[in-house]
Structures are given as structure tokens and as C-alpha cells.
Write a protein that binds this ligand. Structure first.
Ligand SMILES: CC(C)(COP(=O)(O)OP(=O)(O)OC[C@H]1O[C@@H](n2cnc3c(N)ncnc32)[C@H](O)[C@@H]1OP(=O)(O)O)[C@@H](O)C(=O)NCCC(=O)NCCS
Length: 209
């Protein structure tokens, strides 16, 4: 997938980074706490993915002229700005990292490789109605998986299940934005719009407002 830095609106931006390209970049911009977290990651590839995601956030923030505040994780693993302003989400996978920032609204972003096995795994993250409209195509099933992960990250609570609590409205490969909602939780009836992009075997999804 092509790397990019995109201003979505005056309040929101995203960046996709190629991890090889940022491997030589410095980490001076990280907060003290983030530098400690970074130092504690022992797996070299995971370390570069973690760093790539933070460089992606920094680029997204630069794009809307905001300083990098440093981020901390809550008890669910979701990151928040240390200065309390705005919302962030990040994702990283083999070779790529991406992040999205919004000044006012929660956000979720996810990157996934298209894999044949996602169709077989369908019953673990889809209900029967979703399985019926998605069919057996790995691309559209990966989009469904990724969109649910983006909604999951946007809402942020661990107990929410992709299969039982996140519903997608029917969509096709023609759709650029799809919709979904969280149901059967105390935060039911939250509705989400998810932007879909794919290139070759990579799918990117992120929530939009
Ligand atoms: C947390 C989860 C969304 C991470 O997704 P992933 O595909 O493994 O990894 P990604 O690279 O896309 O995202 C990782 C980032 O998600 C973020 N994250 C972790 N927990 C989060 C949460 N509760 N809310 C929001 N974001 C979260 C972190 O920033 C993390 O990056 P970091 O470790 O560098 O800080 C995923 O593991 C998960 O729990 N999914 C939903 C649960 C589920 O139902 N799974 C099984 C269904 S079969």
C-alpha cells in the first residue's frame, strides 16, 4: 500500500508509513514514558512496527499543525493523548504502520493483509446474516474483519465482541464507506461509518464522522 499523509478535515488526519523507510528515523519526539515502552520491546520487527505507528501519528499531527503530546494506554490498551486533547488510533502489520488522529471524535484504524483463511474464520467474527451477504470472497471478508476491528478500536472496550456486538450493514466492493453499529452492550446504538481502501493484498479501514 502506498505511504501517505492525508488531511481528512481541519480536525482530522491520517498517515500510512512503510516501516523500512522509517527504520532510520529518530525517536527524540517520543515522551519519556514512550521511550521506556519502546526500549522494553525485545522483538526487532515488533519494535519497528511500534515505532512506525508513532511516526505515523507524528506525521498526521504535523499535517494539522498540532504538536506531538505523547500517548499513554488505558486499562483496555487504547491510547490517549497525554495532554487530554483529541483521539488517536493506530495499527501496524508486516512492513506497514498507520495512525489516525481526530481533535474531537473517537477514531479507529486497521490494516490487514487479505488472507484466504479469513473466509474459514468467518463464523468467529460474523453473524449468519453477515456471512450470507459477504459470501466466500477473501477480499470482502477481510474488509468486514478490518471494519469491525476499526469499530472495536474506536469504541475501545475489551469486552465488546466482533461477532456478538458489532453489526455491519450489507455492503459490496463498490462501496467506499460502509456503516455499522455496536449493539447489545450498555453503549448500544452507537453508529459508525467506516472508510474502506485497498491496494493489492492490503486493506485499510478507518472510522469517519
Ligand atoms: C486490540 C486489537 C483491536 C488489536 O488489533 P490487532 O489487529 O491485533 O493489531 P493492530 O496492529 O491493528 O492494532 C494494534 C494497536 O491497537 C491499539 N489497541 C490495543 N487495544 C485497544 C483497544 N482496546 N482499543 C483501541 N485500540 C487498542 C494499540 O494502539 C495497538 O498498538 P500498540 O500496541 O503499538 O500501541 C485486537 O487484538 C482485538 O482485541 N480485537 C477485537 C477482539 C476480538 O473479538 N478478537 C477475536 C475475534 S475472532
Amino acid at each position: 500500500m502506498q505511504t501517505k499523509i492525508e488531511k481528512i478535515s481541519p480536525l482530522s488526519a491520517l498517515a500510512i508509513k512503510n516501516i523500512d523507510e522509517v527504520s532510520q528515523n529518530g525517536t527524540d519526539f517520543l515522551s519519556f514514558r514512550e521511550k521506556l515502552s519502546f526500549a522494553n520491546i525485545s522483538h526487532p520487527e515488533k519494535k519497528m512496527e511500534w515505532k512506525g505507528a508513532r511516526i505515523a501519528i507524528k506525521d498526521a499531527l504535523d499535517c494539522i499543525l498540532l504538536p506531538y503530546p505523547g500517548f499513554y494506554k488505558d486499562e483496555n490498551g487504547k491510547s490517549h493523548p497525554m495532554d487530554g486533547y483529541g483521539h488517536v488510533s493506530m495499527t501496524h502489520t508486516k512492513g506497514l504502520a498507520a495512525a489516525i488522529f481526530h481533535k474531537e471524535m473517537p477514531v479507529g484504524i486497521d490494516l490487514d493483509y487479505v488472507r484466504e483463511k479469513v473466509v474459514r474464520l468467518g463464523p468467529k467474527f460474523l453473524d449468519q446474516h453477515e456471512i450470507d451477504f459477504l459470501g466466500n470472497d477473501p477480499l470482502i471478508n477481510t474488509i468486514a474483519w478490518s471494519a469491525k476491528e476499526s469499530i472495536f478500536k474506536c469504541q475501545g472496550r475489551r469486552g465488546v465482541s466482533l461477532k456478538n456486538n458489532i453489526r455491519l450493514n450489507p455492503f459490496t466492493l463498490e462501496d467506499k464507506v460502509i456503516s455499522g453499529r455496536v449493539e447489545n452492550t450498555e453503549f448500544s446504538d452507537h453508529h459508525y461509518k467506516v472508510k474502506i481502501e485497498w491496494q493489492n493484498d492490503i486493506v485499510l479501514t478507518y472510522t469517519v464522522w
